[in-house]
Ligand binder design. Structure first.
Ligand code: SF4
Ligand code: SF4
Length: 317
C-alpha cells in the first residue's frame, strides 16, 4: 500500500535490503525518498553528539549518494526552512559556546521529541573527565554529562558507528578512559530511551539513512526487527560470509596465503563468517567496491568486541 508520500513499504524494503530493483523504479523511488525524508524530518529535530570519535562516521554518512545529504539534512538549514539538524559540532557554522548553546536550547524546546544521534564512545572513568565539550563556570562538561542530559530527554537514540554502539576502537584495550558504547552507558545511568545501533567502522551511509527513513516513515522498529545486538536486521540480518563472492573458492579449498593472491581470504584473517552486514550486496563508495572484492579481508567492523576480539586482524581465528 502506498503511504501518503508515495513510497510503498515494499519499495522501501527492497531498497533497504539492496535487492535487485528495476532502474525505472529506482529512478522514481529515490526522489520520492528524498522528498519524504525532507517532509518527515520537519517533525523530528536531530541533535548529533560527537563524543570520543575520529569523525569518520560523520564523514561516511555525509557521503550518502541516494539521497544526497543535501536532500536529507542540509537543505533544512537554508533561510526560510525550519532548522532541524539542531546541533552537529563539525557540520554547523557556529563554534564553541555558541554551538553548545544551540544543543541546550534544542533539547529544552523539543524535550522528548528529538532524535539524539551519538557518534563515538563515551569515556566514563573518573566521572568522564577524559572527554569534554565546553565548560560551565570554569569546569569542563564531560561527554558523559552531555549524554546523561541529552539521552534522557530524547525520543530515541541512534548510536552511529561501532564506537557509539559497542565501544569500538575508543574502548580497545587497555581502555584507560573507560570508554563505553551508548547502551552500556544508558544502563549505567538508568536511562530508558530506546537505542538503535548502526555499527560499522565507519557505518555505510545507507545504514544510517535507511534507519532514519524507517523510523520517520514507519515509526520505531519492533523488537523483532532488531537483532540481539540492537541492529536492524534489514541491514545486519546476514553474515558477510553467507553472500561472499569468494564462497566458491572456499568450497574448492582455494585459499590466499598472501595479499593479492587468488582465493578465499580466511587464512589472511577474514572475519566474514562472524560478521553481519550487507556489504557484499550493497557495496561501498557509490556501489563501486567493497573490502573483500578489493582484496582486503573483512575485519569484522560491525561487531561488538571489534577490534580486540578480532585481533590479530590479519590472522586466522
Ligand atoms: S573471503 Fe571471508 S567471507 Fe568470503 S568466503 Fe572467505 S572467509 Fe567467507
Ligand atoms: S566487509 Fe567487513 S570490514 Fe568491510 S565494511 Fe563490511 S563489515 Fe566492515
Amino acid at each position: 500500500m502506498a503511504h501518503q508520500h508515495g513510497i510503498t513499504r515494499r519499495d522501501f524494503i527492497r531498497w533497504a535490503v539492496a535487492a535487485p530493483i528495476a532502474a525505472s523504479t529506482l529512478e522514481s523511488f529515490l526522489p520520492k525518498l528524498a522528498g519524504a525524508l525532507q517532509d518527515a524530518i520537519k517533525e523530528y529535530p536531530i541533535i548529533w553528539l560527537q563524543a570520543s570519535t575520529c569523525s569518520g562516521c560523520s564523514v561516511s554518512v555525509i557521503n550518502t549518494i541516494h539521497p544526497s545529504i543535501k536532500n536529507v539534512i542540509l537543505e533544512q538549514v537554508l533561510p526560510g526552512h525550519q532548522l532541524k539538524l539542531m546541533y552537529h559540532g563539525t557540520l554547523m557554522a557556529a563554534a564553541g559556546e555558541l554551538s553548545l548553546q544551540a544543543a541546550r536550547e534544542a533539547a529544552e524546546k523539543y524535550r522528548g521529541k528529538y532524535v539524539l544521534v551519538v557518534e563515538g564512545a563515551i569515556p566514563t572513568k573518573q566521572n568522564g573527565i577524559f572527554g569534554s565539550l565546553g565548560e560551565k563556570e570554569g569546569k569542563a562538561i564531560s561527554m558523559l554529562m552531555w549524554l546523561d542530559q541529552l539521552g534522557r530527554d530524547a525520543m530515541a537514540t541512534l548510536a552511529v558507528g561501532t564506537c557509539a554502539a559497542y565501544g569500538g576502537l575508543s574502548a580497545a584495550s587497555p581502555n584507560p578512559s573507560g570508554s563505553k558504547g551508548v547502551t552500556d552507558v544508558y544502563k549505567m545511568l538508568n536511562i530508558a530511551t530506546p537505542v538503535i545501533n548502526i555499527p560499522g567502522c565507519p557505518p555505510h551511509p545507507d545504514w544510517f539513512i535507511g534507519t532514519v527513513a524507517k523510523i520517520l516513515l514507519y515509526g520505531m522498529p519492533q523488537p523483532k526487527e532488531l537483532d540481539d545486538n540492537g541492529r536492524l536486521k534489514l541491514f545486519y540480518g546476514r553474515s558477510i560470509h553467507s553472500r561472499c563472492i569468494y564462497r566458491d573458492y572456499l568450497d574448492l579449498g582455494i585459499f590466499a596465503s598472501n595479499f593479492g593472491q587468488e582465493g578465499c581470504l580466511m587464512e589472511l584473517g577474514c572475519k566474514g563468517p562472524f560478521t553481519n552486514a550487507d556489504c557484499p550486496v550493497r557495496l561501498w563508495n557509490g556501489s563501486v567496491n567493497w573490502c573483500i572484492n578489493a582484496g582486503g579481508p573483512c575485519i569484522g567492523c560491525t561487531e561488538p568486541g571489534f577490534p580486540d576480539a578480532h585481533s590479530p586482524i590479519y590472522q586466522r581465528r
